[in-house]
Write a protein that binds this ligand. Structure first.
Ligand code: FAD
Length: 464
């Protein structure tokens, strides 16, 4: 039986970083994958969604030619199969650098086998007919779309982020069940490409815990794109007429009975951790329906077995997965262990304009510190670069504590995902607002909005 220092189970965003970092640290490493190396981010998440959004935003920008004094462009109908083909080209381009051979050439034993890894005991796994042993295991098996059962519709009839990328025919009317980030991003892309889009959400607002003011702004943008949003809904059932390609979704909104007829339904109602086939019980590893249970150091209850990424964290992002993978390798190789500290975690939603967030929301800051101990300072995206590019929609809200340190920020605006990173740096390095106000930013850039927040905030303080 082959013996390793580290066996990494799952070769997505977390597993790839874990395996390469372990190898770099001089550990004899094996990487085990049951589908394709690259995981969700490369094949069914970040990469295809951003590639589709790019096509959609470019297509819809043709409508703006006349505003700029340019000749009107006659928009041809979208050939959806071609759009999806270019999405796959982009996936393939990234996958080229992630094939098993790339990692085998590095010196990492890489095994791809549909059977998936299964624990035989706390020190041994099987993959296909092979048995492998290791001192340490890293579980990085990710998550999958959660599929709720609905009367009148088989699970297999739903689209979700795993099967959506195989679509060749553009849906005429696409209904998203669930109004979270996946629905909002893919919904806005599909609406821009000419599909009629509806979003049906159970909660009183879409985009879950995202700042209310940001959500309201984004809702307005989505509605302008023609997207119909139904919140506070309860789905009853699906029906279909014999021989019809359409299905009807029956639901209640408040007390009112409603229905939507459509040719495609996409479920995006949350995620389930990929832990079912792992035989975690044989290794004695504790888990819940939310995933593998880990402590602050990403150790499971079995000290030599760690977990990172979507299979353990509620913050399901590629950058969380890679951050956690590095923590795990650090904690395996170094005496002074690092904590999994997600208190300053930025993220972005790639709608047009983008949504971005870091740290505490205004609501969370009020709850934690009390209203009188925080100041929320808002600047609209109406400074020069936004104006020259006709992208003046949006704002940034920064929450300060009494010592002028930043507690968090919420933003919506052109390229917000880029410029909010400054706030992450400010928070991580505890840079005082006065220092940011004194920093020279190049003109005219989108990120000048950050300089404006700090200089206007400092001026407002001086006045008091
Ligand atoms: C539509 C969409 C868009 C997204 N966009 C973004 C974005 O813009 N930015 C962002 O930060 N995040 C985004 N995400 C989230 C991001 O994709 C995930 O957070 C990230 O991929 C998680 O990485 P992971 O390594 O934990 O899991 P995964 O990438 O899912 O990798 C886990 C791997 O483990 C394998 N595996 C599972 N079980 C076994 C087993 N028993 N044996 C061996 N292998 C196994 C799986 O096949 C998979 O390859 C998006 C997600 C979706 C669905």
């Amino acid at each position: 039986m082959k013996k390793y220092d580290v066996i990494v189970i799952g070769a997505g965003s977390a597993g790839l970083v874990a395996a390469t970092s372990a190898h770099r640290a001089g550990l004899k490493t094996a990487l085990i994958e049951k589908n394709k190396i690259g995981g969700e981010c490369t094949h069914s998440g970040c990469v295809p969604s951003k590639a589709l959004l790019n096509a959609a935003k470019t297509y819809s920008s043709l409508d703006k030619y006349q505003e700029l004094g340019l000749p009107k462009v006659k928009k041809q109908k979208v050939d959806f199969a071609k759009v999806m083909k270019q999405v796959h080209k982009i996936i393939d381009g990234i996958y080229e650098h992630e094939t098993p051979d790339v990692f085998i050439d590095m010196g990492i034993d890489t095994i791809v086998n549909k059977s998936g890894a299964k624990f035989l005991d706390a020190h041994t796994i099987s993959i296909g007919k092979k048995k492998l042993e290791a001192k340490y295991f890293i579980i990085a098996t990710g998550s999958s779309p959660r599929l709720l059962p609905f009367e009148g519709m088989k699970d297999s009839a739903f689209l979700h982020n795993d099967n959506f990328w195989e679509l060749k025919k553009q849906p005429k009317h696409l209904v998203f069940i669930g109004g979270g980030v996946i629905s909002v991003e893919l919904g806005s892309a599909m609406a821009k490409l000419g599909t009629k889009v509806s979003i049906v959400e159970y909660a009183p607002k879409i985009l879950g815990p995202i700042d209310k003011e940001v959500t309201e702004y984004v809702e307005g943008v989505l509605k302008k794109d023609g997207i119909k949003i139904y919140t506070d809904t309860r789905i009853k059932k699906f029906t279909a007429k014999k021989g019809s390609a359409n299905q009807t979704l029956h639901f209640k909104q408040g007390d009112k009975k409603k229905s939507i007829k459509a040719d495609a339904f996409f479920q995006a109602v949350g995620r389930v951790p990929n832990i079912k086939g792992l035989n975690l019980k044989k290794a004695g590893v504790e888990f819940t329906e939310k995933g593998v249970t880990t402590n602050d150091f990403l150790e499971t209850n079995v000290k030599h077995i760690y977990a990172c990424g979507d299979c353990t964290t509620p913050f399901k992002f590629t950058h969380t997965a890679s951050y956690q993978a590095n923590i795990v390798i650090h904690n395996i190789t170094q005496k002074k262990r690092k904590r999994n500290d997600l208190s300053i975690l930025p993220w972005a939603v790639f709608t047009e304009p983008e949504i971005a967030h870091v740290g505490l929301t205004e609501e969370e800051a009020i709850e934690k510190y009390g209203k009188k101990n925080i100041t929320t300072f808002k600047v609209d995206a109406s400074i020069d670069r936004f104006i020259t590019d006709r992208k003046t929609g949006g704002f940034i809200k920064v929450i300060f504590d009494k010592k002028n340190h930043v507690l968090g920020a919420d933003a919506v605006g052109a390229h917000a995902g880029e410029w909010v990173q400054f706030i992450t740096i400010v928070m991580k390095n505890k840079i005082p607002a006065s220092k940011m106000a004194d920093t020279i930013f190049a003109y005219p850039t989108y990120s000048e909005i950050i300089k404006k927040v700090f200089s206007r905030y400092m001026r407002s303080k001086e006045k008091k």
